[in-house]
Design a protein around this ligand. Structure first.
Ligand SMILES: [Mg+2]
Length: 397
Protein backbone atom coordinates (compact mmCIF):
# COMPACT_ATOMS: atom_id res chain seq x y z
CA UNK A 1 0.00 0.00 0.00
CA UNK A 2 1.34 3.42 -0.87
CA UNK A 3 1.92 5.99 1.85
CA UNK A 4 -0.90 8.05 0.38
CA UNK A 5 -3.38 5.17 0.65
CA UNK A 6 -2.23 4.32 4.15
CA UNK A 7 -2.85 7.90 5.22
CA UNK A 8 -6.24 7.98 3.50
CA UNK A 9 -7.31 4.78 5.32
CA UNK A 10 -6.09 6.21 8.61
CA UNK A 11 -8.14 9.36 8.02
CA UNK A 12 -11.20 7.28 7.12
CA UNK A 13 -10.79 5.30 10.34
CA UNK A 14 -10.68 8.48 12.38
CA UNK A 15 -13.71 9.88 10.57
CA UNK A 16 -15.66 6.75 11.51
CA UNK A 17 -14.83 7.52 15.13
CA UNK A 18 -16.27 10.98 14.75
CA UNK A 19 -12.91 12.59 15.33
CA UNK A 20 -11.83 13.83 11.94
CA UNK A 21 -13.71 17.15 11.94
CA UNK A 22 -11.66 18.44 14.88
CA UNK A 23 -8.32 17.31 13.43
CA UNK A 24 -6.13 18.90 10.82
CA UNK A 25 -4.31 16.65 8.35
CA UNK A 26 -1.01 17.50 10.01
CA UNK A 27 -2.46 16.44 13.37
CA UNK A 28 -3.57 13.11 11.99
CA UNK A 29 -0.31 12.35 10.27
CA UNK A 30 1.65 13.46 13.33
CA UNK A 31 -0.45 11.35 15.64
CA UNK A 32 0.18 8.36 13.43
CA UNK A 33 3.94 8.63 13.78
CA UNK A 34 6.09 7.66 16.71
CA UNK A 35 6.61 11.29 17.59
CA UNK A 36 5.73 14.59 16.06
CA UNK A 37 3.17 16.49 18.09
CA UNK A 38 4.54 19.09 20.48
CA UNK A 39 2.96 21.17 23.20
CA UNK A 40 3.22 24.82 22.23
CA UNK A 41 1.38 26.70 24.96
CA UNK A 42 0.09 26.03 28.49
CA UNK A 43 -2.82 28.08 29.80
CA UNK A 44 -4.62 28.16 33.08
CA UNK A 45 -8.05 29.41 32.22
CA UNK A 46 -10.07 31.23 34.82
CA UNK A 47 -13.68 30.58 33.88
CA UNK A 48 -16.21 32.92 35.47
CA UNK A 49 -19.76 31.66 35.34
CA UNK A 50 -22.78 33.91 35.02
CA UNK A 51 -23.45 34.67 38.66
CA UNK A 52 -19.77 35.12 39.46
CA UNK A 53 -18.40 31.71 40.49
CA UNK A 54 -14.85 31.14 39.29
CA UNK A 55 -13.09 27.88 38.42
CA UNK A 56 -9.76 26.98 36.83
CA UNK A 57 -9.19 24.69 33.84
CA UNK A 58 -5.83 23.63 32.43
CA UNK A 59 -5.45 23.83 28.65
CA UNK A 60 -2.51 22.33 26.74
CA UNK A 61 -2.19 23.60 23.16
CA UNK A 62 -0.33 21.57 20.54
CA UNK A 63 1.14 22.26 17.13
CA UNK A 64 -1.41 19.82 15.72
CA UNK A 65 -4.13 22.43 16.29
CA UNK A 66 -5.74 20.26 18.99
CA UNK A 67 -5.76 21.17 22.70
CA UNK A 68 -6.18 19.12 25.87
CA UNK A 69 -8.48 20.43 28.61
CA UNK A 70 -8.87 19.37 32.23
CA UNK A 71 -10.61 20.81 35.23
CA UNK A 72 -11.76 22.21 37.48
CA UNK A 73 -8.29 22.10 39.04
CA UNK A 74 -7.37 22.98 42.62
CA UNK A 75 -5.51 26.17 43.55
CA UNK A 76 -2.59 24.11 44.89
CA UNK A 77 -2.29 22.34 41.54
CA UNK A 78 -2.44 25.68 39.72
CA UNK A 79 0.47 27.00 41.79
CA UNK A 80 2.68 24.08 40.77
CA UNK A 81 1.59 24.12 37.13
CA UNK A 82 2.38 27.81 36.86
CA UNK A 83 5.64 27.81 38.77
CA UNK A 84 7.15 24.48 37.80
CA UNK A 85 5.48 22.36 35.13
CA UNK A 86 4.48 25.02 32.60
CA UNK A 87 7.92 25.68 31.14
CA UNK A 88 8.79 21.98 31.21
CA UNK A 89 5.69 21.16 29.15
CA UNK A 90 6.61 23.45 26.25
CA UNK A 91 8.00 21.26 23.48
CA UNK A 92 6.98 18.02 25.22
CA UNK A 93 5.42 15.19 23.22
CA UNK A 94 1.90 14.58 24.60
CA UNK A 95 1.91 10.97 23.41
CA UNK A 96 4.90 10.35 25.70
CA UNK A 97 3.01 11.16 28.91
CA UNK A 98 4.53 8.22 30.79
CA UNK A 99 8.04 9.44 30.02
CA UNK A 100 7.07 12.98 31.03
CA UNK A 101 5.64 11.75 34.36
CA UNK A 102 8.82 9.86 35.13
CA UNK A 103 11.01 12.87 34.28
CA UNK A 104 8.91 15.13 36.48
CA UNK A 105 8.93 12.69 39.40
CA UNK A 106 12.73 12.86 39.27
CA UNK A 107 12.88 16.60 38.59
CA UNK A 108 12.43 17.70 42.20
CA UNK A 109 13.59 16.26 45.51
CA UNK A 110 10.14 17.22 46.88
CA UNK A 111 8.14 15.34 44.25
CA UNK A 112 6.65 12.63 46.45
CA UNK A 113 3.49 14.32 47.62
CA UNK A 114 1.17 17.18 48.32
CA UNK A 115 1.04 20.21 46.01
CA UNK A 116 3.70 18.80 43.69
CA UNK A 117 1.73 15.67 42.86
CA UNK A 118 -1.53 17.63 42.70
CA UNK A 119 0.08 19.77 39.99
CA UNK A 120 1.49 16.73 38.19
CA UNK A 121 -1.98 15.12 38.41
CA UNK A 122 -3.54 18.08 36.60
CA UNK A 123 -0.84 17.95 33.93
CA UNK A 124 -1.12 14.17 33.51
CA UNK A 125 -4.91 14.34 33.20
CA UNK A 126 -4.70 17.15 30.63
CA UNK A 127 -2.15 15.10 28.68
CA UNK A 128 -4.53 12.13 28.62
CA UNK A 129 -7.28 14.43 27.37
CA UNK A 130 -4.99 15.75 24.64
CA UNK A 131 -4.00 12.22 23.61
CA UNK A 132 -7.67 11.30 23.38
CA UNK A 133 -8.47 14.34 21.25
CA UNK A 134 -5.48 13.70 18.97
CA UNK A 135 -6.55 10.11 18.39
CA UNK A 136 -10.32 10.65 18.46
CA UNK A 137 -10.90 8.27 21.37
CA UNK A 138 -12.26 8.59 24.92
CA UNK A 139 -9.60 8.12 27.61
CA UNK A 140 -11.14 4.91 28.97
CA UNK A 141 -10.74 3.35 25.50
CA UNK A 142 -7.11 4.47 25.28
CA UNK A 143 -6.59 2.77 28.65
CA UNK A 144 -7.92 -0.50 27.26
CA UNK A 145 -11.42 -0.41 28.73
CA UNK A 146 -14.73 -1.55 27.29
CA UNK A 147 -17.27 -0.66 29.99
CA UNK A 148 -19.64 2.02 28.71
CA UNK A 149 -21.22 2.53 32.12
CA UNK A 150 -19.86 2.49 35.65
CA UNK A 151 -21.81 2.12 38.86
CA UNK A 152 -21.76 5.13 41.18
CA UNK A 153 -22.26 5.10 44.92
CA UNK A 154 -24.20 7.86 46.57
CA UNK A 155 -21.88 9.81 48.84
CA UNK A 156 -24.06 11.56 51.37
CA UNK A 157 -21.88 14.35 52.78
CA UNK A 158 -23.95 17.22 54.11
CA UNK A 159 -27.32 15.53 54.57
CA UNK A 160 -29.18 15.72 57.88
CA UNK A 161 -28.57 12.95 60.40
CA UNK A 162 -31.77 13.62 62.30
CA UNK A 163 -33.24 10.09 62.40
CA UNK A 164 -36.41 10.67 60.33
CA UNK A 165 -34.59 12.80 57.72
CA UNK A 166 -31.70 10.31 57.57
CA UNK A 167 -33.99 7.37 56.90
CA UNK A 168 -36.12 9.32 54.40
CA UNK A 169 -33.05 10.38 52.37
CA UNK A 170 -31.64 6.84 52.41
CA UNK A 171 -34.97 5.44 51.10
CA UNK A 172 -35.13 8.19 48.48
CA UNK A 173 -31.63 7.37 47.20
CA UNK A 174 -32.47 3.68 47.07
CA UNK A 175 -35.57 4.53 45.00
CA UNK A 176 -33.35 6.57 42.65
CA UNK A 177 -31.37 3.41 41.93
CA UNK A 178 -28.35 3.73 44.23
CA UNK A 179 -27.41 0.28 45.50
CA UNK A 180 -24.59 1.72 47.55
CA UNK A 181 -24.66 4.67 49.97
CA UNK A 182 -21.92 6.21 52.07
CA UNK A 183 -22.77 8.13 55.19
CA UNK A 184 -20.59 10.17 57.50
CA UNK A 185 -19.90 9.50 61.17
CA UNK A 186 -17.53 12.38 61.76
CA UNK A 187 -19.33 14.54 64.31
CA UNK A 188 -18.34 12.49 67.33
CA UNK A 189 -15.18 10.71 68.47
CA UNK A 190 -13.06 9.73 71.45
CA UNK A 191 -13.91 12.89 73.40
CA UNK A 192 -17.58 11.78 73.39
CA UNK A 193 -16.73 8.52 75.20
CA UNK A 194 -19.00 5.46 75.10
CA UNK A 195 -22.07 7.62 74.40
CA UNK A 196 -20.41 8.73 71.15
CA UNK A 197 -19.88 5.13 70.06
CA UNK A 198 -23.53 4.35 70.82
CA UNK A 199 -24.72 7.31 68.74
CA UNK A 200 -22.42 6.47 65.82
CA UNK A 201 -23.62 2.86 65.90
CA UNK A 202 -27.23 4.05 65.97
CA UNK A 203 -26.69 5.80 62.61
CA UNK A 204 -25.79 2.41 61.12
CA UNK A 205 -28.85 0.69 62.63
CA UNK A 206 -31.23 3.41 61.42
CA UNK A 207 -29.86 3.22 57.88
CA UNK A 208 -29.97 -0.58 57.72
CA UNK A 209 -33.57 -0.49 58.93
CA UNK A 210 -34.40 2.12 56.27
CA UNK A 211 -32.87 0.43 53.22
CA UNK A 212 -33.06 -3.29 54.07
CA UNK A 213 -30.36 -5.81 53.23
CA UNK A 214 -30.05 -5.18 49.50
CA UNK A 215 -28.20 -1.85 49.72
CA UNK A 216 -24.54 -1.62 50.65
CA UNK A 217 -23.83 0.90 53.42
CA UNK A 218 -20.43 2.51 53.88
CA UNK A 219 -19.26 4.87 56.62
CA UNK A 220 -16.63 7.63 56.61
CA UNK A 221 -15.20 8.84 59.95
CA UNK A 222 -13.12 11.59 58.35
CA UNK A 223 -10.03 10.94 60.59
CA UNK A 224 -11.96 11.73 63.78
CA UNK A 225 -11.42 8.47 65.71
CA UNK A 226 -8.68 6.63 67.55
CA UNK A 227 -8.11 2.89 67.62
CA UNK A 228 -10.15 2.22 70.77
CA UNK A 229 -13.13 4.18 69.50
CA UNK A 230 -12.95 2.42 66.11
CA UNK A 231 -12.75 -1.02 67.75
CA UNK A 232 -15.75 -0.27 69.97
CA UNK A 233 -17.81 0.98 66.99
CA UNK A 234 -16.93 -1.96 64.72
CA UNK A 235 -17.91 -4.47 67.45
CA UNK A 236 -21.33 -2.84 67.75
CA UNK A 237 -22.08 -2.55 64.02
CA UNK A 238 -20.66 -5.75 62.49
CA UNK A 239 -24.17 -7.22 62.79
CA UNK A 240 -25.40 -4.60 60.24
CA UNK A 241 -22.84 -5.68 57.65
CA UNK A 242 -21.28 -2.35 56.54
CA UNK A 243 -19.33 -2.59 53.28
CA UNK A 244 -16.46 -0.51 54.71
CA UNK A 245 -15.31 1.91 57.39
CA UNK A 246 -13.36 4.76 55.80
CA UNK A 247 -10.57 6.86 57.27
CA UNK A 248 -11.14 6.18 60.95
CA UNK A 249 -7.64 7.68 61.34
CA UNK A 250 -5.34 9.91 59.37
CA UNK A 251 -3.47 8.08 56.64
CA UNK A 252 -0.18 8.78 58.44
CA UNK A 253 -1.23 6.29 61.13
CA UNK A 254 -0.48 3.05 59.27
CA UNK A 255 -0.16 0.98 62.46
CA UNK A 256 -3.72 1.80 63.56
CA UNK A 257 -5.07 0.70 60.15
CA UNK A 258 -3.16 -2.59 60.45
CA UNK A 259 -4.50 -3.21 63.96
CA UNK A 260 -8.11 -2.37 63.08
CA UNK A 261 -8.04 -4.58 59.97
CA UNK A 262 -6.78 -7.49 62.10
CA UNK A 263 -9.55 -7.05 64.67
CA UNK A 264 -12.70 -6.49 62.58
CA UNK A 265 -14.50 -8.29 59.77
CA UNK A 266 -15.55 -4.90 58.33
CA UNK A 267 -13.28 -3.92 55.40
CA UNK A 268 -11.19 -0.84 56.16
CA UNK A 269 -10.75 1.87 53.50
CA UNK A 270 -8.49 4.85 52.96
CA UNK A 271 -6.42 6.53 50.30
CA UNK A 272 -7.86 9.86 49.21
CA UNK A 273 -4.57 11.29 50.45
CA UNK A 274 -2.31 8.68 48.92
CA UNK A 275 0.42 10.18 46.79
CA UNK A 276 1.84 7.79 44.19
CA UNK A 277 1.98 4.00 44.00
CA UNK A 278 4.51 3.80 46.86
CA UNK A 279 1.98 5.01 49.43
CA UNK A 280 -0.45 2.31 48.27
CA UNK A 281 2.24 -0.34 48.35
CA UNK A 282 3.00 0.36 52.03
CA UNK A 283 -0.65 -0.23 53.00
CA UNK A 284 -1.16 -3.28 50.79
CA UNK A 285 1.93 -5.17 51.84
CA UNK A 286 0.90 -4.63 55.49
CA UNK A 287 -2.67 -5.93 54.83
CA UNK A 288 -3.89 -2.63 56.29
CA UNK A 289 -6.87 -1.97 53.99
CA UNK A 290 -9.30 -3.68 51.60
CA UNK A 291 -10.30 -0.56 49.61
CA UNK A 292 -7.88 1.93 48.02
CA UNK A 293 -9.52 5.34 47.58
CA UNK A 294 -6.83 7.25 45.72
CA UNK A 295 -7.92 10.39 43.91
CA UNK A 296 -6.69 10.92 40.34
CA UNK A 297 -6.66 14.70 40.92
CA UNK A 298 -4.18 14.28 43.76
CA UNK A 299 -2.33 10.93 43.59
CA UNK A 300 -0.39 11.63 40.37
CA UNK A 301 -3.18 11.54 37.78
CA UNK A 302 -4.72 8.87 35.59
CA UNK A 303 -1.30 7.33 34.88
CA UNK A 304 -0.61 6.76 38.57
CA UNK A 305 -4.12 5.57 39.46
CA UNK A 306 -3.88 2.87 36.78
CA UNK A 307 -0.65 1.60 38.39
CA UNK A 308 -2.39 1.55 41.76
CA UNK A 309 -5.14 -0.60 40.21
CA UNK A 310 -2.53 -3.09 39.04
CA UNK A 311 -1.02 -3.23 42.54
CA UNK A 312 -4.46 -3.64 44.12
CA UNK A 313 -5.35 -6.46 41.73
CA UNK A 314 -2.29 -8.39 42.91
CA UNK A 315 -3.49 -8.06 46.51
CA UNK A 316 -7.19 -8.79 45.82
CA UNK A 317 -8.13 -5.30 46.95
CA UNK A 318 -10.62 -2.86 45.37
CA UNK A 319 -9.78 0.58 44.01
CA UNK A 320 -12.78 2.88 44.41
CA UNK A 321 -11.48 6.40 43.69
CA UNK A 322 -12.25 9.36 45.88
CA UNK A 323 -14.89 11.64 44.37
CA UNK A 324 -13.29 15.07 44.69
CA UNK A 325 -13.96 15.23 40.95
CA UNK A 326 -15.20 12.56 38.62
CA UNK A 327 -13.98 12.91 35.02
CA UNK A 328 -10.66 11.13 35.47
CA UNK A 329 -11.98 8.70 38.10
CA UNK A 330 -14.81 7.35 35.95
CA UNK A 331 -12.53 6.77 32.95
CA UNK A 332 -10.00 4.82 35.03
CA UNK A 333 -12.77 2.77 36.67
CA UNK A 334 -14.26 1.99 33.23
CA UNK A 335 -10.85 0.85 32.00
CA UNK A 336 -10.41 -1.73 34.77
CA UNK A 337 -12.04 -5.11 35.52
CA UNK A 338 -15.16 -4.65 37.64
CA UNK A 339 -13.60 -6.92 40.28
CA UNK A 340 -10.83 -4.36 40.77
CA UNK A 341 -12.90 -1.17 40.33
CA UNK A 342 -16.56 -1.92 41.10
CA UNK A 343 -17.66 1.64 41.89
CA UNK A 344 -16.95 5.33 41.62
CA UNK A 345 -17.85 7.90 44.29
CA UNK A 346 -20.54 10.45 43.46
CA UNK A 347 -20.78 13.24 46.03
CA UNK A 348 -24.39 14.15 45.54
CA UNK A 349 -24.43 17.67 46.99
CA UNK A 350 -21.05 18.79 45.62
CA UNK A 351 -21.56 17.41 42.11
CA UNK A 352 -24.84 19.29 41.64
CA UNK A 353 -22.90 22.46 40.93
CA UNK A 354 -19.24 21.42 40.55
CA UNK A 355 -19.39 21.30 36.72
CA UNK A 356 -21.53 24.40 36.40
CA UNK A 357 -19.64 25.75 33.35
CA UNK A 358 -19.65 22.46 31.41
CA UNK A 359 -22.04 21.20 28.75
CA UNK A 360 -22.08 17.61 29.98
CA UNK A 361 -21.84 17.36 33.79
CA UNK A 362 -21.64 13.65 34.68
CA UNK A 363 -24.93 12.64 36.36
CA UNK A 364 -25.86 9.12 37.39
CA UNK A 365 -29.11 7.65 36.10
CA UNK A 366 -30.43 4.71 38.10
CA UNK A 367 -27.09 4.71 39.93
CA UNK A 368 -25.04 4.40 36.72
CA UNK A 369 -22.75 6.90 34.96
CA UNK A 370 -22.43 6.80 31.16
CA UNK A 371 -18.95 7.08 29.69
CA UNK A 372 -18.91 9.74 26.96
CA UNK A 373 -18.19 8.87 23.31
CA UNK A 374 -16.48 12.25 22.93
CA UNK A 375 -12.66 12.19 22.65
CA UNK A 376 -10.49 12.63 25.72
CA UNK A 377 -12.58 13.09 28.85
CA UNK A 378 -15.30 14.69 26.75
CA UNK A 379 -15.19 17.96 28.66
CA UNK A 380 -16.77 20.88 26.78
CA UNK A 381 -17.25 24.33 28.29
CA UNK A 382 -20.73 25.79 27.83
CA UNK A 383 -20.49 29.38 26.57
CA UNK A 384 -24.11 30.05 27.48
CA UNK A 385 -23.21 29.62 31.18
CA UNK A 386 -19.97 31.64 31.05
CA UNK A 387 -19.50 35.35 31.74
CA UNK A 388 -15.74 35.51 31.15
CA UNK A 389 -12.87 33.21 30.30
CA UNK A 390 -9.21 34.25 30.34
CA UNK A 391 -5.72 32.88 30.93
CA UNK A 392 -4.36 33.76 34.37
CA UNK A 393 -1.33 33.13 36.53
CA UNK A 394 -1.89 31.40 39.86
CA UNK A 395 -1.67 34.74 41.72
CA UNK A 396 -4.58 36.11 39.68
CA UNK A 397 -6.96 33.20 40.10
MG1 LIG B 1 -13.55 10.18 52.54
Amino acid sequence: MTDYLKRRNFLAGLAALGAAPSLSVSAVTSAGKRTGVKITKVEMLRVTAKGGRKVLYLKLHSDAGVAGLYGPIDNEAALMVDQFFKRRLIGADPLASEAFWDRMFRASRHSRGSHYLMGLSAVDNALWDLKGRLLGLPVYRLLGGERRKVRAYASCLGFSQEPAALQAKARELKAEGYRHQKWFVRDRGPSHGPAGVVEDAKVVRLLREAVGDDVDLMFDAFWQWDLQYALAWTRRVEQYNPRWIEEPFQTANLDAFIELSRETSIPVATGEHFYSRWDVHKFLKADAIMVVQADPEWCGGVSELVKMCTLASVHGVNVIPHGHSIHAAMHVVASQPVKVCPLVEYLIQKMRSYYHVEKHPPRPVNGMLDLPDRPGFGIELDESKIEDIRPVSWQQQ
